[in-house]
Design a protein around this ligand. Structure first.
Ligand code: DCT
Ligand code: MG
Length: 399
């Protein structure tokens, strides 16, 4: 009935890689010899994943289950759902029939049940009940506070804390990051637009230029992949002369602590850095800051002021999450590749490097385990070539 190629590999990256095999297929197959199955390569880093997604209903459902697994500290299950969603995202059209999935990698029994449920009933009962579950809702709210991970959220839930008000009333001791996260919860929850990201690039770019005129700054993360919104703004900074990047991060941080303002088209952006990472000194030393919230005071020009909606004129600033990373020029290509994402694409690149090439890839270097040496690269293209992969540009890394 169906020609299924199947794989014997079972454990990769510490997690089972589920591949649709003959047995699973019999459970789900629809007798439809007219349907042509899709084909996609096994690793996400071998695929071109644009932002165009023909299977958003299915991938949203699987992503929600992935999120629930990750919030419940079940990373293996989380990765399995993420990989399944990434395979569906890479398909050239919408799935309408289970038999189109024949031979596709990374689709485990659990993911297939969810897909089948949605194809047949329009929704997945598991996804709906997860969405409505008090525990999932509480985990989402609490881990949405910067500095709160799933373990802390779980402890609070067991103590009867399910929302922000209960947390405020509980008298729990919060660290500095969590206090700031709670205070600016609504701002940080709101997606950052590309226009805001570009405005912040202007501010951070000026800061970088004034502490180190030759230094270069690149917008990375989702915006480099062509996304129009993000949960934060990621920047990678380097200096053309090796060694000159030393000390750049602390200088940049001090500079940003002072108030700056800049004109941007017809919008005047005045930003104060309200809570720098004094609580993240370690990260400043490592040249990596995970959170830097820029409080952006947005004052519209007179003309805009009259046309702006009341809510915008009342509220003239908001906190935005910004990630800053400084890299020496010798590691810049690895840092750029590593911080561009997506998270799954990066995970798959590392899995490919380790399992297929006997190499270790990080956002600092590529190490050849067999030859026992580091491999140099000065561009992303070179790294893909060293890994024996076709180059995938950033806008096609949206796995
Ligand atoms: N990254 C990674 N592994 C992680 C976290 C991050 O490889 N566990 C890399 C890939 C993306 C980059 O860092 C920036 O991280 P995020 O800002 O979390 O991702 P994003 O794709 O920019 O998402 P968003 O658009 O929501 O900011
Ligand atoms: Mg980001």
């Amino acid at each position: 009935l169906l020609d299924v190629s199947w794989y014997t590999e079972s454990m990769r990256d510490g997690h089972p890689v589920e591949i649709l095999d003959r047995h699973k297929l019999q459970e789900f197959a629809v007798n439809d010899s007219e349907v042509t199955p899709f084909t996609v390569p096994s690793y996400a880093c071998q695929r071109r994943s644009t932002l165009e997604n023909h299977n958003a209903v299915l991938t949203d459902a699987l992503s929600l289950l992935a999120e629930n697994a990750e919030l419940s500290d079940e990373d293996g299950r989380g990765v399995a759902f993420r990989r399944a969603a990434a395979v569906l995202k890479a398909l050239p059209s919408a799935v309408t029939n289970m038999s189109q999935l024949t031979g596709l990698p990374c689709l485990g029994g659990h993911s297939l049940r969810v897909i089948k449920d949605i194809l047949e009933n329009g929704t997945s009962s598991e996804v709906e009940s997860t969405k409505e579950s008090e525990r999932f809702k509480a985990l989402k709210v609490l881990t949405g506070i910067f500095g709160v991970g799933s373990k802390t959220a779980d402890r609070w839930i067991r103590e009867g804390i399910h929302n922000l008000q209960q947390l405020r009333d509980s008298g729990q001791t919060l660290n500095r990051a969590q206090q700031a996260g709670l205070e600016h919860y609504d701002d940080i929850k709101q997606p950052v637009s590309l226009a805001e990201a570009e405005a912040i690039r202007g501010i951070v770019g000026r800061a970088v230029a004034s502490v180190s005129p030759e230094a270069q700054i690149v917008l990375t993360g989702g915006f480099r992949r062509g996304k129009l919104t993000g949960h934060d703004v990621d920047f990678l900074i380097t200096h053309p002369e090796e060694g000159s990047e030393v000390g750049l991060m602390p200088k940049l941080v001090s500079w940003l602590e002072s108030r700056v303002s800049c004109h941007l088209q017809n919008v005047l952006l005045i930003c104060d850095v309200i809570f720098l990472c004094a609580f993240q000194q370690e990260r400043i030393k490592r040249c990596e800051i995970k959170l830097l919230a820029l409080r952006c005071r947005i004052t519209y020009s007179e003309q805009d002021e009259t046309t702006a909606s009341p809510s915008t004129t009342e509220r003239r600033w908001r906190a935005v999450r910004v990630d800053l990373v400084v890299s020496p020029i010798s590691q810049f290509a690895f840092a750029l590749l590593g911080w561009t994402g997506s998270k799954l694409f990066e995970r798959e690149l590392r899995r490919w490097a380790g399992h297929e090439k006997g190499m270790s890839l990080s956002s600092h270097a590529l190490y050849d385990n067999k030859q026992g040496r580091y491999i140099r690269a000065s561009s992303e293209e070179e790294i893909f070539a060293h890994l024996g992969l076709e180059f995938i540009p950033p806008n096609e890394r949206n796995a």
